[in-house]
Every structure is written in C-alpha cells, then in structure tokens.
Design a protein around this ligand. Structure first.
Ligand SMILES: [Zn+2]
Length: 333
C-alpha cells in the first residue's frame, strides 16, 4: 500500500527527485524517504545499532537506505541527496564527528566520507538539533521565519539557529551550544562540561535527580509516595511529569524553576539574534502547557518594551519524526 501511495505522490507531482533523511539517535536509528514538499513517503526504524561500532553503523545506514529504496521500487539515482542527523559535535565541512554522549565511539570519525562510499547521491551530515531546526523551518511551523531558533529541552539543552534562511554553524560547526552558557556564577550545580551554573545544569534533564533532591531538602513536602528503595537517580522527566499530574509541590516548584531558567535563556538568545520565532522541542516539553506558558511569561517579564516586533514561542510541530524530517531537509539547504 505504502509503495503505491509513495509512487503516486512522486509521479502525481512530476517530481524527479526525492530526499532521504537518516536520524541517528542514542536509542533509535531511522531512515525515511520524502518528496520535495517534505511529505514522508516511507520510513524504517531499527534499535539494534546501539551495540555496533562506527563502521558497522555506517554499513547499517547504507543497508537501511538501500532496502527502503528497493522496497519502494525506486532506483538510487532518484535521490537528490541523503541528509544524516548526528547526535553530537562534528566538523561540518569535513563531516568528521568530534564527540557524542549518546553512542560509544565516534571520536574524530570520518562519518560523511564513509557513508558517501556507498552512494553516488551527495551525503550531508550535521548535528541533529541543526537538522531539526532546518526541518521545522522548511517543513514545519517555522516556514516563513527566516530568522528562528529551535531549542531542544531534553537531557541536555541546545539550539539550532536559522539566520537569514540558513543554518548558522560557526567556524567548526558547533554553534548553538547554548546549554553551556553560564546563567549563575554562584551555582553549585555542575554541568557535564565541568563548569558550574550552565543553563542545562540548571534546567536540563541530566540535572533532574540533583534538582529534585535539593527541592526535597529545602523542606517542601511532597505528595509522592516514595518507597523505601527510592533513589534520586530514578528521577527523570517522566518521573517529574507524574508528580506534576498529582500537583506535587516539589515537582511544581522544580518545573517552575526550570521554566524560569529557560525563559531567561530565550531572553538572552533573543537579545543576541532577534529572531521572529523560538520553537521548543525535546522530551521535557511533555511537562505540558503550564511549563510552556511560564517560559513565555518569564520571557515577557524581561523583554518588556525592548520587543519591537512580535516573537512567537511555540511548540515543535514535527513531533517524534522531527529528526528525520530535519535530516532530509538538510539536502535542500
Ligand atoms: Zn556546561
């Protein structure tokens, strides 16, 4: 069924080429085929890449893309290009990975070159948050916002920055690491980078156990039923969400703090870049509309009369496939 639908879309619109996106994550690896309007034609998802080394993952990506084409009776020369989202730092022009905290290896690894060996269509590899930002700009609610910032609020915090219709990458390709900007020089919250008081140390998923512990020790009573073998290391975004649903004062206070730091972070980015839109994605946005609203309110309370044109602070629209859309969109940049 998918096969015939895919082909009819392709040929109905007289498209000669299609896009391929690959999203490499810490838990799932997905590949998808899209038409030039960003409509998903077919996709495939696997989870067994996590124990493989870099070369094996490259081979797996090549195999996934080739079998997806074959399944849809498409030849490789129909591909305009293959975009790959990588969950970490990389040297963009060379396509060499620097580091990733989500997968073993990938230190100074020639990722782009090695994937390219399997294909004649051009391969583009970029950081996954950059890819998501560009996907939202090309295919999501970011359309028309030629200056926009996509923020992922997840285990870490990072931004994909669209400036004048293009991804702003900086010299190496690591621009947008706003999660490591320092928000509180007196903070005792240590970040994965080693510094104290980074934005993501104060509001990122990685810090939730420590943030929760501090709130508990501050004397706020909790409604949560913590059993005898409870350990703070169990605290993650989902745990906090359950607390929010019960209106637990500890979780509410913690989430309010995180929202305020995110509002301040967005305020800082606004003053530097003056975008017309911020788009918020990542697992912590599951905390719900009150969290979103408090971020907006914090921003508004700080920007006051320094706002001369409207700025939207909206939720990501492409959902769980945003990485895949984004990777495919890289081909169009
Ligand atoms: Zn940091």
């Amino acid at each position: 069924m998918i096969l015939s639908r895919a082909r009819s879309i392709v040929f109905d619109f007289f498209m000669e080429t299609i896009l391929c996106g690959v999203d490499l994550g810490g838990t799932k690896l997905s590949a998808g085929l899209f038409d030039l309007k960003g409509r998903l034609l077919d996709k495939t998802v696997v989870y067994d890449h996590v124990d493989k080394n870099e070369d094996m993952i490259v081979e797996q990506i090549a195999l996934l893309v080739k079998s997806l084409l074959k399944k849809n009776e498409l030849e490789e020369d129909i591909l305009k290009g293959i975009g790959v989202g990588f969950p970490g730092h990389l040297r963009f022009r060379e396509g060499i990975t620097i580091t990733t905290s989500n997968l073993p290896g990938f230190v100074d690894y020639p990722f782009k070159e090695n994937i390219q060996q399997f294909f004649s269509a051009p391969v583009i590899v970029d950081n996954d948050v950059n890819a998501q930002a560009y996907g939202e700009y090309k295919f999501g609610a970011g359309r028309g916002h030629d200056n926009m910032i996509f923020l992922t609020l997840s285990t870490g915090i990072g931004a994909g920055i669209i400036l004048n219709k293009k991804i702003y990458r900086g010299k190496t390709g690591t621009a947008g690491e706003c999660g490591h900007t320092i928000m509180d020089i007196n903070s005792d919250m240590q970040c994965s980078c080693g510094n104290y008081g980074c934005w993501m140390a104060l509001a990122g998923g990685h810090s939730l156990p420590k943030l929760f512990q501090k709130k508990m020790e501050s004397g706020i009573g909790t409604l949560l039923n913590l059993d005898w073998n409870f350990s703070y290391s169990q605290v993650d975004g989902e745990f906090i969400k359950k607390g929010l649903d019960m209106e637990d004062p500890v979780c509410v206070a913690l989430v309010n703090d995180c929202a305020d730091y995110n509002g301040i972070g967005i305020y800082n980015l606004f003053q530097i870049f003056n975008p017309s839109m911020f788009m918020l994605g990542g697992g912590l946005m599951n905390w719900g509309p009150d969290f979103h609203m408090r971020i907006q309110d914090k921003f508004s309370s700080m920007i006051k009369n320094m706002l001369h044109d409207p700025v939207e602070i909206v939720l990501s629209t492409l959902g769980s496939d945003s990485g895949l859309f984004g990777a495919a969109a890289l081909v169009l940049e």
